[in-house]
Design a protein around this ligand. Structure first.
Ligand SMILES: NC(=O)c1ccc[n+]([C@@H]2O[C@H](COP(=O)([O-])OP(=O)(O)OC[C@H]3O[C@@H](n4cnc5c(N)ncnc54)[C@H](OP(=O)(O)O)[C@@H]3O)[C@@H](O)[C@H]2O)c1
Length: 336
């Protein structure tokens, strides 16, 4: 296949607001050993991209400085040692950077086939949140069918994924969100009850909703003063998984409650993990979650799309916090 030598990509000019995201011409990335080159049809936006743009979340060593953690598109070249996918396959891929571009190199182990019912925009909105939710809620916290699960930020990209995967797994699902409309969206996705945290105390509401039996697993992106409240809300053998700290990374922990209830407090970040570790998560998703995407029982929630060149507007929209689900960049001629 004849490929161009350069491409359009979105650069971060300097740390700052959305306006520092500008289109630029860059050399085409190469597919290295174990990698494929994807002609990007759509690229998902995630909150960590905003942190990177502001100068607070540097790419791990060896990763592209172009933002973007997930893409969907056609494989146009393969590097040495790749047995799947092949040139011509349509894939969705988790990447450590480089997604906001016309071409992106991705480790083959981090690619997944795109179910026929999904278009490129939906596929591009899957990898980052599905890998994150899987590894934290199912691997680390080992959520079991029938257990009570709470996700804070239920209307976020992460939240809309967590609600659906936990529900499909057979858990009782609860969520918090910042407006009545977002709460209604969480309930439409499968939450038994979503609590508007600006209007009510989620601890009291969830003690009532579970008839005092409380919550087994909490996925939290808020931190700060939520930590003490999360600990109060967990039942015996409960698990708290921290994936971000929108209200601060310092928190008070009641060690007496931790010991008395035999709690586990854990957390992780996806991006710096090895290709082998991400490949293991991909294998679990392929086995368990891909069939749910294929039969339509789980679906990515797409709020809005923007053309690649308008990445700055897309970031401004994400930071306005009015979205439910994902905001995705697209290259319109290539979206299927
Ligand atoms: N550890 C990891 O590997 C990993 C991977 C991916 C993402 N993350 C983190 O997960 C979080 C969600 O990511 P995303 O891309 O899904 O984000 P997103 O769609 O932009 O959603 C973030 C949500 O957080 C809520 N929020 C904002 N400030 C808040 C505050 N002070 N208190 C409570 N809620 C607040 C907002 O909803 P409301 O209007 O309901 O408040 C907003 O919709 C981010 O913090 C991100 O950094 C972590």
């Amino acid at each position: 296949m004849d490929l161009p030598s350069t491409m359009t990509a979105i650069e971060i000019l300097r740390p700052g607001g959305p306006e520092v995201l500008v289109p630029a011409t860059r050399p085409l990335p190469q597919a290295g050993p174990g990698e494929v080159l994807v002609r990007v049809a759509a690229a998902g936006i995630n909150r960590p991209d905003v942190l990177q743009r502001m100068g607070g979340y540097a790419p791990p060593p060896g990763a592209s400085d172009i933002p973007g953690l997930e893409v969907a598109g056609e494989v146009v070249a393969t590097g040495p040692g790749v047995s799947w996918p092949s040139v011509g396959d349509f894939v969705m891929a988790l990447v450590a950077g480089g997604g906001y571009a016309e071409y992106c190199a991705a480790p083959a182990a981090q690619c997944l086939p795109v179910p026929a019912r999904l278009g490129a925009v939906e596929a591009a909105g899957i990898p980052e949140t599905f890998f994150t939710v899987w590894t934290n809620v199912f691997d680390r916290a080992a959520l079991k069918p029938g257990e009570a699960f709470l996700v804070h930020g239920g209307a976020s990209g992460i939240g809309t994924t967590a609600i659906q995967l936990a529900r499909r797994h057979g858990a009782r699902v609860f969520a918090t969100a910042g407006t009545p409309g977002k709460c209604a969206a969480c309930e439409a996705l499968g939450a038994e009850k979503a609590i508007d945290y600006r209007a009510c105390d989620f601890v009291r509401e969830l003690k009532d909703a579970t008839q005092g039996s409380r919550i087994d697993v909490i996925l939290d992106m808020v931190g700060g003063d939520y930590t003490a409240r999360n600990i109060a809300l967990l039942r015996e053998e409960g698990r708290l998984v921290q994936i971000a700290f929108l209200k601060g990374h310092k928190a008070e922990l009641d060690l007496n409650a931790l010991m008395r209830k035999r709690l586990v407090v854990t957390g992780s970040t996806l991006r710096p993990q090895s290709v082998a570790a991400k490949g293991r998560i991909a294998a679990s998703l392929r086995e368990t979650v891909l069939p749910w995407l294929e039969d339509g029982s789980v679906r990515p929630v797409i709020h809005e799309t923007y053309p690649l060149a308008r990445a700055a507007d897309a970031h401004a929209a994400l930071e306005a916090d009015r979205h439910v689900g994902k905001i995705v960049l697209e290259i319109p001629d290539l979206t299927r």
